[in-house]
Design a binder for this molecule. Structure first.
Ligand code: MSP
Length: 506
């Protein structure tokens, strides 16, 4: 069986989820559903990152015991993902006991390999990023991401010899024949990583002497493990590491780590180096998508412009939200999300194109075909539609969600134009025998659309499926379809069930 292991970052619980987190998670969900639909066994992992200074401070600011605070916010993440129909197979919390064991085991391995040393360290630390910055990396003395001054931290820490892996990493990234070769996308981000690796790489402080909210170092319990090392190991905890269960063998390495560009360095450099150090395989592919702003500004609590998934769902529905997130700009590029963009996108693509197509098709079948799938010859529309949808395979393999949706919407448009051209309302008077065959093709095309729509808009695809008179949403039908799309069909005489219009205009 073909396996596909896909991950999102585990999100910090210092704040409740916003549409930035939803963006990555919905993207991962589309891929997970797409590959499952093609018969692959998928492991889709997400979760919450609950240790570190930032979380301890957030809990204190809310006057809550830290664990209780983590429990509450973590639950908000999992609830939000349920609401957005995220089909994750696992949800990791870094405060779970199994995770602590995994992290400690991992660190013991590093320690045994002699890749850890102790040193006094003084550096500039951004609590919001949970990382040190060099003077070169700061912008006007401020954190380049959060635009706040870093804290001077000085303590005796344990360090991982990250610098020792610089050349091996460069080779693994740039040489396709390297036994540890892994891919970084998009290309510009990959080049940035390579550029940085060609310069000096600093060793990485992997413990904290003064922070209690973390997992203790196995060989020195007076220190806690650096939150980023703790967090990265979650990808192994999820598959049963450190026990030698076949699950680890089966699922490692991950096929795809998904994230935004803000945390690419940790995934493309720190994580592979840690894995090299303990002698494990490296993830196959790392994709860092862009960062979006909202109405021209970075989303932040202090600016009060944070959009919560619930607000977007309230306005545009679950599937509307999923559609709007992925169709707004190319995955990989930065973009600006505006309310205008959302409203226009919703009205054009969902209310007009798709919603309209479904409702007019169903209405006509009711009116002209007695509400039943008509008989008829001819598959030219169905065949064209199947042909036109083929690029989606490659587009999704390359995570080009916007393009994949555009491909699907060309087909929606095509079927709409077919209806216009056939004009069943006129045909009914001029050549009634041709109405059934035309509408039959429209219905079968809608069935095809429902398969391709399913990873993006599962509820809509399901509703459409049921309106076509299918008994119920059966999980494996997608697999059957993708095995033999050319034989897609609908039984003559099967009653259709017109529903209420799906995407009321805004
Ligand atoms: N806890 C770390 C990740 C550890 S993974 C081993 C972390 N958490 S986070 O809560 O800050 O999440 C960052 C991620 O959230 C980004 O990489 C991206 O996936 C997503 N996004 C957060 N805001 C976003 C935007 N404004 N735009 C796009 N993605 C956004 O970093």
């Amino acid at each position: 069986m073909n396996r596909f292991f896909i991950t999102t970052p585990i999100y910090y619980v210092n704040d409740v989820p916003h549409i930035g987190h939803a963006y990555t998670t919905v993207a991962a969900d589309v891929l997970a559903r797409w590959y499952r639909g093609h018969g692959m066994e998928v492991l889709f992992l997400t979760g919450t990152d609950e240790h570190g200074t930032k979380i301890a401070q957030a809990a204190a600011a809310h006057n809550k015991p830290t664990q209780q605070y983590c429990d509450e916010i973590s639950a908000q993440f999992s609830d939000t993902w349920k609401e957005l129909r995220i089909s994750n197979d696992a949800f990791i919390r870094t405060t779970s006991p199994a995770h602590a064991i995994a992290v400690q085991e991992f660190l013991k391995k590093l320690w045994e390999k002699g890749l850890i040393f102790k040193a006094l360290y003084q550096g500039k630390y951004c609590v919001q990023c949970e990382r040190f910055y060099t003077d070169d990396e700061l912008v006007g003395g401020l954190c380049p991401d959060h635009r706040i001054p870093p804290e001077i931290q000085s303590e005796e820490n344990y360090f991982f010899r990250l610098s020792a892996f610089r050349e091996q990493l460069l080779a693994a990234i740039t040489n396709e024949d390297h036994p540890q070769h892994f891919k970084i996308f998009p290309r510009e981000r990959r080049n940035e990583v390579i550029g940085k690796l060609k310069q000096e790489v600093n060793d990485l402080s992997i413990s904290r002497a003064t922070l209690a909210w973390g997992i203790p170092l196995p060989w020195d319990r007076s220190q806690t493990i650096y939150v980023w090392v703790d967090a990265l190991v979650n990808y192994l905890t999820a598959i049963g590491y450190p026990s030698d269960t076949p699950r680890v063998e089966e699922w490692w390495p991950a096929d795809l780590h998904l994230m935004a560009k803000d945390i690419l360095w940790f995934h493309a450099v720190v994580w592979p180096a840690l894995l090299m150090a303990v002698g494990m395989k490296l993830p196959k592919k790392i994709f860092a998508h862009g960062f979006f702003t909202v109405n021209g500004q970075k989303m932040s609590k202090s600016l009060g412009n944070v959009i919560r998934p619930a607000e977007m769902i309230k306005e545009y529905g679950v599937d509307g939200t999923r559609y709007l997130l992925l169709s707004a700009f190319p995955f990989g590029a930065d973009g600006d999300f505006t309310h205008d963009l959302m409203k226009t996108g919703y009205n054009a693509a969902l209310a007009n194109d798709l919603g309209n197509l479904i409702s007019r098709a169903m209405t006509m079948v009711e009116k002209y075909c007695d509400g039943k799938v008509p008989a008829g010859e001819g598959r030219e529309l169905v065949n064209q539609v199947l042909e036109e949808l083929k690029p989606m395979d490659l587009q999704l393999e390359h995570l080009q969600f916007k393009d994949a949706l555009a491909t699907l919407w060309l087909v929606v448009d095509h079927v709409n134009r077919f209806i216009e051209a056939k004009a069943p309302w006129k045909l009914m008077k001029e050549s009634p025998a041709d109405v059934g065959p035309a509408l039959r093709q429209v219905l079968i095309s809608l069935k095809v659309i429902s398969f391709y729509l399913r990873p993006f808009m599962p509820d809509t695809a399901n509703l459409l499926w049921m309106q076509l008179g299918q008994p119920d949403y059966i999980k494996n039908r997608a697999v059957e379809f993708f095995d033999a799309p050319e034989s897609v069909d609908l039984p003559v005489g099967q009653p259709i069930k017109r529903g209420t219009p799906m995407f009321p205009r805004k």
